[in-house]
Design a protein around this ligand. Structure first.
Ligand code: ZN
Length: 500
């Protein structure tokens, strides 16, 4: 080991200690800190974040990365460390180009816009949020000029969340889906079913907690390397592959929400727990590609969790833990978890109409960054697209354009990740069938562990070292295509809805 490499290791180790504390503070704030204690945590979090940011942009780090990138030093490194040095050098150069005052303005505007968004949503008044949104759009555009000089703004934003993806590829995928799904969804909605009142009765939150526990173990989330918390919105957070945390929220009159959140976050968690431990606490670990990450959570939630056979081995246990399910047949349960509705809210959408919620947001973001459509025209555009895709119009802004917090955060370009995840899932399902055999049969016989082991080996192990397109090419042997997902939907809903 060269002296420079040793020095670099020590430096990284120090940065990791800050990271660890920051993650812990964040977790505690979200799950455990009383209201009056928040302020103290925010102060500590701000302090350690500033220290960490200073270390990640210091001249000392820059010199080490430059030194290690020179051929004599670089050739000495293992492949993993070659990846880490290259990746860190790129991030470092990118961060260094952002003027400090612009960065601070952005962070401040982000916090401000979040507060304004909440109020605007509460009052269901887009005009309150419009100035903040305009500011976030302008600042995002300006930031991108520094982080990705010379690159078209929206493509640069997409690349930040799903590296290697661009709007030309996504246009092709989403247009192909639209062609197939617009007529399919119209046909399904023509056979609308009444709501089943059995699912809005009282479901004990304590029982729901036990169900979450049972499901996490069932799909392969390891308790010796993971734990569970409760928050307003479910999320997954990780320190390393050895400590992964998931959260959930329990609604007394909506048991399916926590059940499917448990499986979804469990999928994210299983991904993080099974990354090569050699990558822990480096940029090679913790998968930073949002589409690829979503492909795993959504594979468990939708492809497996909304398959009837998934429930056969555990349905009796579900009834023991939440007795109202004893009164609901597995068939009725299966119908309900695949009930298609043209609803207004993305996070409550079923598996197939969900696609339109994302396509709509993607097209809006392109209109914002490419066509420079004025902010005050956005609600009308939103409503027009809702009508086009789902034949409904929001009654107000709160259930329309104000429903998600992403844009207040400046997370433009994030939304497509969710649907890219599902598109990858269609392809992965084909491949699992090819290599492991009939998925229905595996699930029916409680052999879900074999599917988890396959995903561990084919995808999770690589962490961030393989970009999404590379991963799909390596695992599926072909380019990303929406055809398998469209076919999956067609087959599934033709059976459930007895389509012609
Ligand atoms: Zn997710």
């Amino acid at each position: 080991m060269s002296k420079l490499f040793e020095e670099f290791q020590n430096y990284l180790n120090q940065m990791n200690q800050y990271d660890h504390v920051i993650t812990l503070l964040y977790w505690d704030m979200k799950t455990n800190t009383p209201k009056l204690g928040q302020e103290g945590h925010v102060a500590a979090l701000t302090h350690f974040s500033a220290e960490n940011f200073a270390m990640s942009t210091s001249d000392q780090l820059g010199e080490m990365l430059t030194g290690l990138s020179e051929s004599a030093e670089f050739e000495e490194l293992t492949d993993t460390w070659k990846f880490i040095v290259k990746r860190m050098k790129r991030d470092y150069d990118r961060n260094k180009r952002i003027p400090a005052d612009l960065y601070n303005t952005f962070v401040e505007a982000q916090a401000q816009a979040g507060i304004v968004w909440e109020e605007a949503k509460e009052k269901s008044d887009f005009s309150l949020f419009a100035p903040s949104l305009r500011k976030m759009i302008d600042l995002t555009r300006e930031m991108t000029g520094y982080t990705d000089p010379g690159k078209e703004v929206y493509d640069a934003l997409l690349d930040q969340y799903e590296e290697g993806m661009d709007s030309a590829t996504i246009d092709g995928l989403f247009e192909a889906l639209k062609r197939e799904l617009i007529p399919l969804v119209k046909e399904i909605l023509g056979k609308q079913k009444p709501d089943n009142p059995a699912f809005s009765g009282f479901f004990d939150p304590n029982g729901q907690r036990q169900v979450q526990d049972m499901l996490l173990s069932y799909i392969g989330f390891r308790k010796d390397a993971g734990s569970v918390g409760e928050t307003e919105h479910p999320f997954t957070l990780n320190f390393s592959s050895k400590d992964v945390r998931v959260t959930n929220h329990y609604y007394e009159h909506d048991p399916l929400s926590s059940i499917f959140s448990a499986i979804h976050e469990g999928g994210h968690g299983i991904f993080e727990q099974n990354i090569n431990p050699e990558y822990d606490n480096t940029v090679a670990g913790s998968c930073r590609y949002m589409g690829l990450h979503e492909s795993q959570s959504r594979f468990y939630e939708n492809i497996l969790g909304r398959n009837k056979n998934f429930w056969i081995p555990v349905y009796d246990r579900l009834g023991e833990l939440l007795p109202p399910f004893k009164e609901i047949s597995l068939d009725d349960f299966y119908q309900e978890i695949n009930h298609v509705r043209n609803s207004l809210i993305r996070v409550n959408a079923d598996e197939v109409t969900y696609c339109f919620h994302i396509i709509l947001r993607y097209e809006m973001e392109k209109a914002i960054f490419r066509d420079q459509i004025p902010v005050n025209e956005l609600p009308a555009l939103w409503n027009q697209k809702m009508q086009e895709y789902l034949q409904i119009t929001p009654a107000n802004d709160a259930e329309g354009i104000l429903q998600d917090m992403h844009w207040s955060d400046g997370s433009f370009g994030y939304f497509p990740s969710y649907l890219l995840g599902s598109i990858y899932d269609g392809m992965l399902l084909d491949k699992v069938r090819e290599e492991l055999g009939d998925v229905d049969e595996l699930l029916r016989n409680g052999r879900i562990g074999e599917i988890t082991a396959w995903l561990n080996k084919k995808i999770h192990w690589y962490g961030s070292t393989r970009k999404p397109k590379e991963t799909i090419a390596a695992v599926c042997g072909r380019e990303v295509s929406a055809e398998p997902l469209a076919r999956y939907f067609k087959e599934k809903y033709t059976e459930i809805y007895h389509l012609g």
